[in-house]
Design a protein. Structure first.
Length: 365
C-alpha cells in the first residue's frame, strides 16, 4: 500500500469512530429522554390519583350522604393529619363524632374556636356546632351560652333565636320565649306568625296556674286577637265564658274556623248553649249560615236532622239535591240522600250517627 493510501485509510477510520461515538451519545440521550418521560408520566398519573384536600373533603361529604360514616371519618382524619388548618374538616369531624362521643365533639369544636386567625363566619359555625354538642349532652345552660355568643356576633341569626325560643318554651319560661319570638318576626318575614299567639296562650295558662285570672284573660284575648291565632286560645276563652252565651258561641265559632278537625265538638258545644237558652231556631240558623259560606258535611247532616224533626221533608230534600248537583260524589251528601229515602226512623238515626262519626274521624267531609 502506498503512503498516500495509508494516509487516506486512517482518516476514514477516525471518522468512523467519531460517527460511532456520536451515535452512542445520541442513543444515550434518546434513552435518557424516554426514561425521563416515562418517569414523569408515572409520577404525574400517580399524583392525579391522590386526591387534593378539597377533593378528599368532597369524598367525605359524599360518604356521609351515602351513610358511609366510617369512611367519612377516616377521610377527614387524613385531611387533618396533612393540614391542621383545615377548619371545615375539623367542624365536620366534630359533627360526625357527636353521635358516638359528644365530649370528644365538644373538644374538637372548642379547638376551632381557640384558633387565633379564624374568620367570624367560621367562629359562628363553631359556636353553632358547640351549642348542638351541649344540647346533645344535656348541658342546656352551656348551650344557651353558645347561642348567645352567636347572637353577639350576628344579632339576626335565625337559628340561634329559634333554639333559644325552643329552650325557653321547654322550660316554660314564656316571657323569655316571647322575647325571642318577637325578634324572629323582625328578622324573618316568613316566620310562622301564629307562634306569637301560641306563646301568649302559654303565658295565659301560666297565669291561670297562679290564679292570676286578670292576666290570664288578658293574654288569652291577646292570643285570640292575632291574625294567625293559636286555636286553643279561642277554645279556652269559650270555656272561660261559659256563663256568657254570646261570647262563648263566638269563641267556639272561632275555634272551629281555625281548627276544622275539631269543628264537630265546637258545633255540639254551640248547640248545647243554644238549647240551654231555649234558642231553638238559632240552631237551624247556625248550620244554614255555615252552609252559605262553604260546604260542611257535619252542618248538612245536622240541618237535615233538624228539618226532619220539624217534618219539613221537602226542604230537606231540596237542600240535599242542591248540594248533590255540585258535589254528587261526596259521601256525606250521599248518606243524607239515603237517610231521606229511608222510611225507618231507626235507619235514619243510624245513618246520621254514622255520618257524624265518619266526619269526626275525618274519613269523609
Amino acid at each position: 500500500m502506498s503512503p498516500l493510501a495509508k494516509n487516506l485509510v486512517f482518516p476514514i477510520r477516525s471518522n468512523s469512530l467519531e460517527f460511532s461515538a456520536l451515535s452512542n451519545l445520541q442513543i444515550f440521550i434518546i434513552i435518557f429522554v424516554v426514561l425521563s418521560l416515562i418517569i414523569f408520566l408515572l409520577v404525574s398519573n400517580r399524583s392525579k390519583n391522590i386526591p387534593t384536600d378539597a377533593e378528599a373533603f368532597n369524598y367525605a361529604l359524599k360518604a356521609l350522604v351515602n351513610g358511609e360514616k366510617d369512611k367519612a371519618y377516616h377521610l377527614l382524619r387524613e385531611i387533618i393529619s396533612k393540614d391542621s388548618n383545615n377548619i371545615d374538616a375539623f367542624l365536620l369531624l366534630g359533627d360526625l363524632v357527636r353521635e358516638k362521643d359528644v365530649n370528644q365533639a365538644i373538644k374538637i369544636h372548642q379547638t376551632v374556636i381557640l384558633r387565633p386567625h379564624i374568620s367570624q363566619s367560621k367562629k359562628i359555625e363553631a359556636h353553632t356546632a358547640l351549642s348542638k354538642d351541649f344540647i346533645k349532652s344535656g348541658n342546656i345552660s352551656k348551650a344557651e351560652e353558645e347561642l348567645n355568643n352567636i347572637l353577639n356576633m350576628d344579632s339576626s341569626n335565625k337559628w340561634a333565636l329559634l333554639k333559644l325560643k325552643d329552650i325557653a318554651t321547654e322550660n316554660k319560661n314564656w316571657k323569655e320565649a316571647l322575647k325571642h319570638e318577637k325578634k324572629l318576626m323582625k328578622v324573618d318575614i316568613h316566620h310562622k306568625k301564629n307562634d306569637e299567639s301560641m306563646l301568649n296562650y302559654y303565658i295565659a295558662m301560666d297565669y291561670k296556674s297562679k290564679d292570676k285570672i286578670k292576666n290570664y284573660v288578658h293574654y288569652l284575648e291577646k292570643s285570640a286577637a292575632a291574625e294567625n291565632i293559636y286555636p286553643e286560645s279561642a277554645l279556652e276563652l269559650a270555656n272561660h265564658n261559659k256563663d256568657n252565651a254570646v261570647k262563648a258561641i263566638s269563641y267556639y265559632k272561632l275555634y272551629a274556623k281555625h281548627k276544622p278537625s275539631q269543628r264537630t265538638m265546637a258545633y255540639n258545644k254551640i248547640e248545647n248553649i243554644l238549647f240551654d237558652n231555649q234558642q231553638y231556631d238559632e240552631v237551624e240558623n247556625l248550620y244554614r249560615e255555615l252552609l252559605e259560606n262553604s260546604f260542611d258535611g257535619f252542618a248538612l247532616n245536622r240541618l237535615v236532622d233538624i228539618l226532619l224533626e220539624k217534618n219539613e221533608v221537602a226542604d230537606a230534600n231540596d237542600l240535599v239535591d242542591r248540594f248533590m248537583k255540585s258535589n254528587h260524589s261526596c259521601h256525606s251528601i250521599r248518606l243524607n240522600k239515603l237517610k231521606l229515602e229511608s222510611e225507618s226512623f231507626e235507619v235514619k238515626k243510624s245513618i246520621s250517627s254514622l255520618c257524624n262519626e265518619m266526619i269526626k274521624d275525618e274519613i269523609i267531609k
